[in-house]
Design a binder for this molecule. Structure first.
Ligand code: SAH
Ligand code: SF4
Length: 352
């Protein structure tokens, strides 16, 4: 979407050199883009006008705005659809809460993992997003937040990033990681590593790499079933990386970074929501390494099974709690604008 966001601070320094300007001019532009959320070159008042004009010529679409922005949840949720070059689309959801503001961002246009219950999976993989396209979603969210009307005591600063939009982040590792480093850079948005959550369907080599990184991001693992026979039908990658192996990798991540791993579990009626399965899950997750998020399935056009009802989810949670496993029920945000995780892309694919 925007090439200027492809460049980190060092790249901006050398680019300033190419334009015949001192390196610190590159730093200034980097900060305007990444920290001060500039929406035009003209705002960069400490950058000389001739350099701004050159940049405007070089990057005509630098401040591309989303094709569509929708508002939901009484004004506390916004969804943006970005049209990338070619056919690809990316979606970003901004969610304000009384104690935090979270941006749910995409790492790929579509996804190649083929989970049948997931709208993004039903699209297939269009392409990987670049690091700049990932960072630009965060910048959009931080800027958009300034225009939201929220209760006075709610925070006004973007505090959390979750890679729970479109795509499998660990299937696009290098670009995702370079975007994470940029979001963490104190000269940019400066988010803490812990407040950045990478959600994976269980790509073990990617989990192992994350465990070796020096930035301790938060890991979420989409498990969705306590037994391989069931998980095989929901998550095709389970044939390659079955439950025991994926949980062992998650425990190694926990040991390396001391961070509890979130287990994502979409509650699907008659498929993975029996109390028996809750017991099996509790046995698997014994100990203090995990926190389970139970999410009611978002119905999608390509998947027939229903969502588990509220009572059923509570009963499932209570079994986990009785076994000493941390568990919470996540209320879906953005269902009125198809912005909930797992819904992203479906409408756009149909309309576009
Ligand atoms: N590919 C990554 C991250 C994107 S999906 C992953 O799968 O973890 C973000 C979360 O939404 C994942 O936990 C995913 O399994 C879940 N999800 C996908 N489709 C869903 C649906 N229809 N209902 C509820 N959750 C869904
Ligand atoms: Fe891809 Fe995640 Fe959807 Fe599976 S659940 S298809 S990995 S986005």
């Amino acid at each position: 979407m925007t090439q200027p966001y492809e460049m980190d601070a060092a790249a901006w320094q050398s680019f300033a050199g190419e334009l015949g300007e001192p390196a610190y001019r590159g730093d200034q532009v980097f900060r305007w883009l990444n920290r001060d959320l500039a929406a035009s070159w003209d705002e960069m008042t400490n950058v000389p006008r001739p350099m701004r004009e050159l940049l405007a010529e070089r990057f005509p679409d630098a401040f591309a705005t989303p094709a569509i922005v929708q508002t939901g949840d009484g004004g506390t949720t916004r969804k943006a659809l970005f049209r990338l070059n070619g056919e690809a689309l990316a979606e970003t959801v901004l969610m304000a809460y009384p104690d935090r503001v979270t941006a749910c961002i995409s790492s790929q246009a579509g996804c190649g993992m083929g989970c049948p219950f997931c709208a993004t999976g039903q699209m297939g993989l269009l392409r990987n997003l670049t690091a700049g396209e990932i960072v630009a979603q965060v910048i959009w969210a931080a800027r958009e937040l300034q225009t939201m009307t929220l209760p006075g005591d709610w925070p006004r600063r973007l505090s959390n990033i979750v890679f729970m939009g479109m795509g499998e982040p660990l299937a696009n590792y290098d670009r995702v990681w370079s975007a994470v480093q940029r979001m963490h850079d104190p000269a940019g948005i400066g988010l803490s590593a812990r407040s950045i959550t990478i959600s994976t369907i269980g790509v073990i080599p990617g989990i192992e790499r994350l465990a070796r990184e020096s930035l301790p991001v938060t890991l979420a693992l989409s498990l969705h079933a306590p037994a391989d026979e069931v998980r095989d039908t929901l998550v095709p990658l389970n044939h390659r990386y079955p439950i025991a192996d994926v949980l062992a990798a998650a425990r190694r991540f926990r040991a390396a970074h001391g961070r509890r791993v979130s287990i994502e579990y979409a509650m699907i009626g008659g498929v993975n929501d029996s109390l028996d399965q809750a017991n099996q899950l509790a046995v698997l997750l014994k100990g203090n390494d995990f926190h389970v998020n139970l999410i009611p399935l978002n119905p999608t056009p390509g998947f027939g099974a229903p969502a588990t009802g509220g009572r059923g989810i509570e009963a499932f949670r209570d079994v986990l709690l009785r076994h000493g496993v941390n568990a919470t029920i996540r209320r879906n945000r953005g269902t009125d604008i198809d912005a909930a995780c797992g819904q992203l892309g479906a409408r756009a694919a149909v309309a576009g």
